[in-house]
Ligand binder design. Sequence first.
Ligand SMILES: Cc1ncc(C[n+]2csc(CCOP(=O)(O)OP(=O)(O)O)c2C)c(N)n1
Length: 347
Amino acid sequence: MKNFQKNLYHQLLYIRRVQEEISNRYHPADNMKCPMHFCMGQEIGPAALSSFLRPGDAILSHHRSHGYFLANKGSLNEMIAEFHGKETGTNGGLAGSQELSCTKTHFYSGTILSGAFGMSLGDAFSKVYKNENNITISVIGDGGMEEGICSETLNMAILYKLPILFICENNKYSTHTKLNERTEYQNVSDRIKGYKIESHLFNSNDPEKLYMLLKNLTSKIRKTKKPIFLEIMTYRFNGHVGPEGDDHYNYRSKAERDLWSKKDPLKVYRKKLDKKFGIKFKNFENKILNDINKKIDRSFAFALKSSFAKVYKKYNYQNTYHKSVKKFFNNDISFNKDQEDHRPMPY
Ligand SMILES: Cc1ncc(C[n+]2csc(CCOP(=O)(O)OP(=O)(O)O)c2C)c(N)n1
């Protein structure tokens, strides 16, 4: 097995396992209380990108950011502590998952849809102004691309020749609304052509193909200082905001989910490596799986033993989780319109 293949598979598995464990441990422990936008199924982008990030590059991401945070060598201990509201978290426990950010690794994400996309302009401009050879990665979803600020951002990026790699993860849904119910175009990269920005559509579940593409695109941006737009066709296996699933709303068919599950890049790549390298791959996988699981356990232990952020101590954060949420998930109560609805918001 080549090193790049090991790294690629490791990243895919690492991001998936972290997501699975956060999801598994969220309820009923309820030690984490922030809304979470998981990226299970969408790991191919961050996993393939990770090898081409250099210290000093920045990532400005949308809300579904965990994969990019981890691919950018973000600390797992600090990320899990952040989700627990602890002062040892990336943002001292005040940001949670939706605003997960880390100045040490130049990683920023935010809840305001497309806000980080707009801010990537300023980040890239500062790199050019200071004559740095770093690039900015700006990650967004297909829904986010419908915001007006994206038009202004793309126009300025090409006009000012800013070194930005725009990555649009097209998972076809904006919360629960499908792309064909929202726009005539079905590929965001088609629309980008009008801005005169080089754009690419990646529609495959082969992580090695995306790795090769990103290798070329990132080095081209470093050389030319011009932006490039990359659309990745993908699918999220989890609900829009989790860990609770949302397929009971029937906004996407079982046939569609099953189809994408079969195309899962992690599964497909695993099969390919297994076939090609047999026992060598199995040994490698066992070793990294063991390491990843231990790392995850350590990060949860670190989060649990850390102290709450002071502001939460003041408001007795540990005890504010409304009892009715727990009851709701145990199906003990049904909501009527006089009752406050404590179900997680679908956005
Ligand atoms: C300005 C703004 N409008 C609306 C929302 C609510 N919202 C959060 S996520 C989301 C859908 C985003 O879809 P997409 O960009 O495709 O990303 P995905 O969640 O599918 O990864 C919406 C409408 C928001 N957070 N900010």
